[in-house]
Ligand binder design. Structure first.
Ligand code: PRX
Length: 647
């Protein structure tokens, strides 16, 4: 049942009484009391959460904060994999399902914690037998199969630093990550199933590895049986190596600040940033948020539909749920294979209780039609989640009604690759949900909205979202680039973390996230830098200059529109348009292919030669330009572009 907020006309959905009755955080009073205490003494809150994990040696100091560099639980020794696997496999959860997996063709597998332990031990031995050791960087480029999680956990177990590259990225993107991370090994597969076909993965790895030249070992999982070229100097089959390896492995203890993984994400320059996360603090953040935000119970069947190639897959498929001893569902393929009923059929068949997905997927389901969910029994669901972009109220309401049957709270979780874990979200048994707001900060998270001068904004005034106190799962640095780390996140307001998002806080204290303030697009919940797309375009021989901007899109949230000025001697054509799209796909990956390509004889520039993207954005969003254009060098450019867009 929804009520309506008096100050604004947003419907309010209080948590269902039966949900609150058994929730860890059962009321707003309880949330507020615990939140206030956690902000008064964040170290005490986080230390209590970390204390629920298994430490080989206790920490001597909770936080060492040399702004902007944090060290959490210093002196403590921990093995992240042991916490996610051994702790459960060696106890009463041994025979509990850890991962229930379904391949796109319909094949199924269940790994209990005991079986997961065996797989991880074997693979940790494989890594060590191939001379991998603590601190080595390993690229993982895999489909959504249990072995992707096994590979990550085995790296964590031996202290190797994984860097997962989403399977939709190109070989050039793999190469960039190999080079930036200085990786010595790659774990990949022959391919994965997507929309009824095998998508090969190994050829992209082969190309990148050949160009890079510093890889000692490529370990290849046979998933689809498609033909792959094996290089005898470097390549080994996963199944052969694992069969020869012992099923036991003793995990070493690592410093709490030992690097766990690097995950590359887009920023405002052409070069993706290697976001570094470390061990004890990251695990504490993902463990605690999973426990409270999803209010996880031993009997839950949890399903996060993200890919392990993104931070959501790291924090809320691998580390958070497994640290909680959860049972989770993992799915390999596309949501619309064989049709848009796939997810709902899986929820029905596996009796999923907690479902976590992205607004872009919800919008695609709305478009596909209500009859898909209506044809399935979704009564097992008790909690829904959303992540990746602001959820528009229409999508929220549909999700609540058609998937949640009007009875499930929805946790709209705001966070980032850099934050490692959820920072703003409802507590499902306590917080009244309002479609479109991520509501309140998590315990220990001191979030605020500031104006450009650094003053706190008044209620409902738009500003910049900042976090004022360090938290354990925060990124420690940009790999190899501490200066960029300082400049990007810590220089707008000294001492405060700038998220790069615009937001406002209503008079009830709810955070409404508006979107990125920098040159980063959010396409289907994925981050893409406009500069990355531009540099991909100008690497094509026909392109003199390019500018990329986002425009609203009903399904993707944002679509990519680019303006391209051709070099002399090249002419506009549909064929060239197609070629440029494919070129961007080749350089970055299919997710970055522009939706609209406008050929432009000139781009709007300031007198100093800077492209005025603001104007281009207004043009693609509204078809006209109303803002201040006094700094524009050549006014005629606008009229020409306006004509182009109109056609
Ligand atoms: O703009 C915010 C948006 O996604 C950005 C982070 O992207 P990424 O690092 O790829 O991580 C995505 C998954 C955590 C943020 O800066 N974003 C993420 N979640 C939300 C959101 N915007 C609004 N509401 C959300 N719940």
């Amino acid at each position: 049942m929804s009520q309506t907020s008096s100050a604004e006309s947003h419907p309010i959905y209080p948590p269902p009484a039966d949900f609150s009755a058994r929730a860890r955080v059962p009321s707003m009073d309880d949330y507020q009391r615990r939140y206030d205490a956690s902000i008064a003494d964040p170290e005490a809150f986080w230390a209590a959460e970390a204390g629920e994990l298994l430490w080989r040696e206790p920490w001597t100091r909770v936080l060492d904060w040399q702004m902007p560099f944090a060290r959490w639980f210093d002196g403590g020794k921990i093995n992240v994999c042991e916490n996610c696997v051994d702790r459960h496999a060696n106890g009463p959860l041994r025979d509990k399902a850890a991962i229930i997996w379904e391949g796109e063709p319909g094949d199924q597998r269940t790994l209990t914690y005991g079986q997961l332990h065996e797989e991880v031990c074997r693979f940790a031995n494989v890594l060590e037998r191939n001379d991998l050791t603590a601190g080595d960087r390993v690229i993982i480029y895999m489909p959504m199969v249990p072995e992707a999680a096994v590979a990550m956990l085995a790296c964590a177990r031996i202290g190797a630093v994984h860097s997962v590259v989403f399977g939709g990225f190109s070989s050039e993107s793999i190469f960039d990550r190999l080079e930036d991370s200085g990786a010595v090994a790659v774990i990949t597969a022959d391919g994965g199933w997507r929309r009824g076909s095998v998508v090969p993965l190994k050829p992209a790895v082969d190309e990148a590895v050949a160009k890079y030249g510093k890889i000692k070992r490529v370990i290849v999982l046979r998933r689809c049986g498609n033909e792959v070229a094996m290089n005898p100097a470097t390549d080994v089959w996963w199944h052969e190596a694992a069969a020869a390896a012992p099923a036991t492995h003793s995990p070493a203890a690592f410093d709490s600040e030992h690097p766990l993984f690097i995950l590359y994400t887009s920023g405002s320059t052409g070069k993706p940033k290697g976001i570094l996360h470390t061990s004890g603090g990251y695990l504490t953040g993902t463990y605690a948020t999973c426990k409270y935000v999803f209010d996880m119970r031993p009997e839950d069947v949890y399903w996060c539909t993200a890919d392990v190639g993104w931070i959501t897959g790291h924090s809320y498929i691998v580390y958070g749920p497994l640290a909680n001893g959860a049972t989770q569902l993992m799915y390999e393929g596309a949501p619309n294979h064989p049709d848009f009923g796939r997810f709902w059929s899986m929820i029905e068949r596996y009796r999923v209780t907690i479902f976590y997905t992205a607004p872009t997927a919800i919008r695609a389901f709305i478009k596909a039609g209500n009859h898909f969910p209506a044809g399935h029994d979704l009564s097992s669901l008790r909690l829904l989640g959303s992540v990746g972009e602001p959820i528009n109220p229409e999508a929220w309401t549909w999700y609540h009604q058609h998937i949640g049957g009007g009875r499930c709270p929805i946790v709209d979780t705001w966070w980032q690759t850099e934050t490692g874990a959820i920072l703003i979200s409802p507590m499902p048994g306590a917080t009244p949900c309002i479609p479109g707001t991520a509501t309140r900060p998590f315990f220990g998270i001191d979030a605020a909205i500031l104006d450009d001068a650094g003053n706190e904004c008044a209620p409902n005034q738009d500003g910049r979202l900042v976090i004022r106190k360090p938290w354990p799962s925060m990124t420690r640095t940009i790999y190899n680039d501490p200066e960029r780390f300082k400049k990007t996140y810590w220089s707008d307001f000294p001492g405060l973390y700038t998220a790069g998002d615009g937001a406002r806080r209503d008079e009830h204290g709810n955070f409404w996230i508006i979107g990125r303030l920098d040159d980063v697009l959010n396409v289907s919940g994925h981050r893409l830098g406009t500069a990355e797309i531009e540099s991909a375009l100008v690497s094509h021989p026909a392109v003199a200059e390019a500018a990329a901007v986002g425009r609203p899109d009903d399904l993707k949230g944002q679509a990519v529109a680019v303006f391209v000025t051709l070099k002399a001697g090249f002419t506009e054509s549909e064929e060239l348009r197609r070629e440029l799209r494919n070129h961007v796909g080749h350089v970055i990956g299919a997710i970055a292919k522009p939706d609209d390509i406008h050929f432009a004889p000139g781009l709007p520039k300031t007198r100093s030669g800077k492209i005025m993207r603001r104007i281009l954005k207004e043009l693609v969003c509204t078809g006209q330009v109303t803002g201040n254009i006094t700094t524009l060098e050549d006014y005629s450019v606008i009229a020409t572009l306006q004509q182009k867009i109109a056609h």
